[in-house]
Design a protein around this ligand. Structure first.
Ligand code: IMP
Length: 435
């Protein structure tokens, strides 16, 4: 396998950052293909800790990092992240490439995100308020600004003025008072464009040439399948394609280039923001999972909602991305539990559902059908070998594998890179570059 995608299989925060980091030194290039700085990837190695939002993990691991055309980029956020990583002694230079076709998040997008959320009251999506949705809207409406335009002052001015006129009217209608001056925004864009210039190029051409020359590529998914704009729990979703279907479109490579996908799943479920969550635990057990799993957002610090593993969601994610393997993270968080319920289906108005229903008002009402698996009540923290896991933990993993239809090739037993069981007997791991 030369081109592999790592994807989230729940509502984000599955621990993709760690799995991507584990694999990134096997690949020449690590690329982000969708989303923006709403994503948060925590990468820990040795005594170092990085909270990445836009930078592909490969960029801090001595590989080439690509931010593809499908990403929405807030120039200031990207520059701040580069500065932060440099402060930690990581060199960011020729190893970071930014697509000239990526969409730029402008201040009006951020304001619109916030104005809409506050106008929605209780019906709010609970977005990260980073302007992600409005920026993708501008792109789809063909009103967006792309990175290449930052270097064409006349074109940039015309497009920014048109966008400011339209979104300004909308912002005023939503009661937003502090609408920025176009000239101030253009000045700021000019400064950040200069700083980003060394990184900007046609990354689609770069990647196609790289792959034609036999190079390897790890596509870094953000968010999770249930936040996918089309397949997720709409409208409580993000505005991009979070399955492997987005890889080719977001990187400008052929869909035939992708050789394999791995879906990352937490051993239980979490969600931030609003929206239905059938297996949510609003009791002491939910609080226990939040505290034990340190379930607070990497991007926003918000407490995450917690609940049992939902095999309907996980199986759907595996199917949507055609995943040949999964990683199960945070297994150690379940160490103290006597028994562990797993949701294997839903019941709605007396009917059994095999799949996530299309309407959130139905998903809100479903009753999860649980099967209960015995816990292990033994410490698995930091286990690195399959044989070090208690038999009941094995059984839990095997049970999940059967329910979701894919083998678990990584079991994560702690936040550090070292705290991982690599199931080297798996075909998927043996087919990776450098295996
Ligand atoms: P947006 O992406 O900021 O528009 O937010 C839309 C929804 O996606 C909200 O429920 C967010 O909490 C959620 N979301 C976006 N990015 C992430 C992520 O990386 N992890 C978890 N949830 C996310």
């Amino acid at each position: 396998m030369k081109v592999v995608a790592i994807l989230g299989g729940q509502w984000g925060d599955e621990g993709k950052g760690k799995i991507i980091d584990l694999l990134s030194d096997r690949f020449d290039v690590v690329a982000r293909y969708h989303g923006g700085h709403n994503a948060g990837h925590t990468v820990k190695f040795g005594d170092r800790h990085f909270a990445l939002h836009l930078l592909p993990a490969g960029a801090v691991r001595g590989r080439i990092g690509v931010i593809g055309a499908g990403v929405v980029v807030d120039p200031d956020a990207l520059l701040a992240e580069i500065a932060g990583v440099r402060e930690q002694g990581i060199e960011i230079g020729d190893n970071l490439l930014l697509s000239d076709r990526a969409q730029v998040i402008l201040p009006w997008h951020r304001l619109l995100d916030a104005a809409r959320e506050s106008a929605a009251g209780d019906g709010k999506i609970g977005t990260t308020l980073r302007g992600i949705g409005p920026s993708y809207e501008s792109a789809a409406a063909r009103k967006g600004v792309r990175v290449a335009e930052l270097y064409r002052p006349a074109t940039l001015r015309a497009r920014v003025e048109a966008l400011a006129a339209e979104t300004g009217a909308l912002l005023r209608a939503l009661g937003c008072a502090d609408i920025p001056e176009t000239s101030a925004v253009l000045d700021a864009l000019g400064r950040s464009a200069e700083a980003l210039k060394p990184h900007v190029r046609d990354t689609g051409r770069y990647l196609r040439d790289h792959l034609r020359g036999g190079g390897t590529l790890l596509a870094e998914g953000a968010h999770g399948a249930m936040l996918d704009l089309s397949a997720g729990t709409y409208p409580f979703v993000t505005s991009s394609t979070c399955t492997s279907a987005g890889v080719a479109a977001g990187l400008h490579i052929s869909p035939r280039a992708l050789d394999g996908s791995l879906v990352v799943l937490k051993a239980y479920t979490t969600r931030v923001g609003s929206g239905p969550f059938p297996t949510e635990l609003k009791d002491a057990t939910g609080e226990f999972l939040r505290a034990r799993g340190n379930e607070y957002g990497t991007s926003t610090g918000r407490p995450r909602r917690t609940g049992w593993f939902d095999a309907v969601v996980a199986r759907t994610a595996v199917e949507l991305s055609g995943a040949a393997a999964v990683a199960i993270t945070k297994l150690d968080v379940l160490d103290d539990l006597a028994e562990i319920p797993v949701c294997v289906g839903y019941r709605l108005d007396g009917h059994e559902l095999r799949d996530v229903p299309p309407l959130v008002e139905d998903l809100d009402r479903v009753e999860p059908v649980y099967e209960t698996v015995p816990g292990w009540r033994t410490k698995t923290t930091a286990a690195t070998r399959t044989e070090d896991l208690p038999p009941a933990a094995h059984r839990y993993v095997r049970y999940l594998e059967e329910r979701i239809g894919a083998p678990a090739v990584f079991l994560s037993t702690g936040p550090r890179r070292e705290e991982t069981v690599w199931r080297m007997e798996s075909e998927f791991l043996r087919a990776l570059p450098g295996a």
